[in-house]
Design a protein around this ligand. Sequence first.
Ligand code: C5P
Length: 243
Amino acid sequence: MARGKKIYEGKAKVLYEGPEPGTIVQYFKDDATAFNAEKKDVIDGKGVLNNRLSEFFMLGLGQIGVPTHFLKRLNMREQLVRSCEIIPLEVIVRNFAAGSMAKRLGLEEGTQLSRPVVEYSYKDDALGDPLVPEEYIAAFGWASPQDMEDILSIALRVNDFLSGVMYGVGIKLIDFKIEIGRVYDGDFQRLVVADEISPDSCRLWDIETGRKLDKDVFRRDLGNLTDAYSEVARRLGVLPKNA
Ligand code: C5P
């Protein structure tokens, strides 16, 4: 399928105009970045794995009634998605303390939280995606109170879905990030899960061993990133067991 003009190039993906109005071709690169792109590398095969894994999660969400931007996978590195207006927030859900939360509060990584915690960062690379309270979101008009109610409900549904799917293959979902987009059907606005869901945007720990199977392997130099992502893909049946 012919893709059109390049619209945007991010750290891990490139977006091109799609074949029909209102569609976009999302291309997954092999580039890995961390700490707001201070650490960079090219990891052979990462884009292919994330394309397949994101397809798997988005299709599953669609099947349980959570709307997403996903339309279909086109090839090894590209998927067709609905064009949407991205709300400039990173929606982060945490089940166990890790990463920036563990650091901020001086908690041991892996400490179980008494309830899922949903937090929001303002999407701005130059500012390092700062954590923002809901008051800021309302004051700056990034999302309406109704949007925030809908975003919370989507985030918790995605959390329940991903936690369950991962638990089924012996993986603990520590935390994850999603992005939300607006699509318009005439005048009617709907919110959809957009961007990607992959081990780049989740923390995934093996339940038995605690082995990290996510981007922390790259961030913290813990080994081979594609081995970790392939393990997730094999367990989920996205890759054949012997791949
Ligand atoms: O770094 P922090 O602990 O806040 O990250 C929480 C979760 O959100 C992690 O799963 C991380 O991979 C994800 N995240 C992301 N993109 C960002 C920031 C965080 O995917 N820009």
